[in-house]
Design a protein around this ligand. Structure first.
Ligand SMILES: NC(=O)c1ccc[n+]([C@@H]2O[C@H](COP(=O)([O-])OP(=O)(O)OC[C@H]3O[C@@H](n4cnc5c(N)ncnc54)[C@H](OP(=O)(O)O)[C@@H]3O)[C@@H](O)[C@H]2O)c1
Length: 326
């Protein structure tokens, strides 16, 4: 089959469309003829050699796909060849064919395109896991989402709106319109303004109760500063570094803060299936009534995968970059 491969770990120029072995579905797996896949920040790290695929998973990039069922593995009974499905992968999405556990695939509603379906799994499941399962956000709570126009951020805003939370985001000014339209109440241009001060003003001096963070070291102290009593901080990435030289821990004690890191890719299959089922039960009616929608920045043919990675690397995307595969 054709797939996007890497000559070696490194810059975008190392990505190329080549030939590799077509994967054979194992027990309870189905093989999908992929029609679309979407980019995630993790793909850039994997390309650079900083985020290897979990043991036993495809080393090909790509964490989400939409396509048609092509072949059933032994014991697989849930799907028939030709059905349209989408879902989350631990790797292997940038390819003509990909494998997925039959219970991790979801049917694509009739009115959706493959492109729309491919833009949903990683962003929405990450946002749901972080905000519903981990932070347990409740109506009227004030929540700060960093990188509000990222793939995950754009899903998080929609989810928080559905939960009835009050939403602040950090994002470049050019992306504020999108964040407001999705439901953000306060958009902070972090290039110009201090988000701690902006959230204190917004929260009548109390700041926010939950922070969804992707910056790590860069925002560590500020995140502790901006949180109110009994606040929850969920750390999902370290785009702003992993090491802090100095920190005032008194906030953690005094404000009884809960701090949790999380990942999705290396969770067990059972965990992912439960998460996907729980999310879909919650989200299906919200997609149906258009409260939820995938936010698509650009659709590019997979032959332009280098340009797609460049766009994400330069922080130009607002929402998801999707690759269509022919
Ligand atoms: N742990 C997990 O389970 C998990 C799962 C999925 C994703 N993630 C992480 O979640 C993050 C978002 O992923 P994605 O694929 O949705 O990313 P993405 O679409 O590439 O968006 C990343 C955005 O972050 C913003 N940003 C950069 N520096 C910032 C700063 N200092 N303050 C605020 N915003 C900043 C940029 O937008 P602006 O132009 O607004 O700056 C950039 O476009 C990534 O870090 C990814 O690794 C974690």
């Amino acid at each position: 089959m054709k797939a996007v491969l890497l000559s070696e770990h490194g810059p975008v120029e190392n990505l190329y469309l080549g030939e590799t072995e077509t994967p054979e579905p194992g027990p309870r797996q189905i093989r999908i003829k992929v029609a679309a896949t979407a980019l995630n920040r993790a793909d850039l790290l994997q390309r650079e050699g900083k985020y290897p695929a979990p043991a036993g998973e495809s080393p090909i990039l790509g964490l989400e796909i939409a396509g048609t069922v092509d072949k059933l593995g032994p014991g697989s009974t849930r799907w028939q060849p030709g059905q349209r499905v989408f879902g989350l992968l631990a790797g292997g999405g940038y390819a003509e064919y990909a494998l997925i556990d039959e219970n991790l695939a979801w049917p694509i509603p009739e009115t959706w395109s493959f492109v729309e379906a491919a833009a949903i799994p990683e962003a929405f499941l990450t946002a749901y896991q972080s905000l519903v399962w981990i932070a347990k956000v409740k109506a009227t709570e004030k929540v700060l989402v960093h990188a509000g126009a990222s793939g995950v951020g754009s899903a998080a805003i929609q989810l928080l709106k559905a939960l009835g939370a009050d939403i602040a985001v950090t994002a470049s000014a050019s992306k504020h319109d999108l964040c407001h339209k999705l439901g953000a109440d306060l958009c902070i241009d972090y290039h110009q303004n201090d988000f701690v001060q902006a959230c204190q003003d917004w929260g009548n001096g109390k700041g926010v109760v939950v922070v969804l963070d992707f910056l790590g070291a860069q925002y560590w102290q500020k995140n502790l500063d901006v949180l109110d009593v009994d606040g929850r901080l969920v750390i999902l990435a370290l785009m702003g570094g992993a090491k802090i030289t100095e920190s005032n821990l008194s906030h953690i004690l005094r404000k009884r803060l809960m701090i949790q890191g999380s990942t999705l890719r290396n969770r067990s299959l059972d965990y992912k299936i439960k998460l996907a089922q729980d999310f879909w039960a919650f989200a299906e009616p919200l997609f149906a009534n258009k409260s939820f929608k995938p936010v698509i920045d650009q659709i590019l043919p997979w032959t332009e995968v280098q340009a797609a990675h460049q766009r994400m690397e330069q922080n130009l995307n607002a929402g998801k970059i999707v690759l269509s595969i022919d």
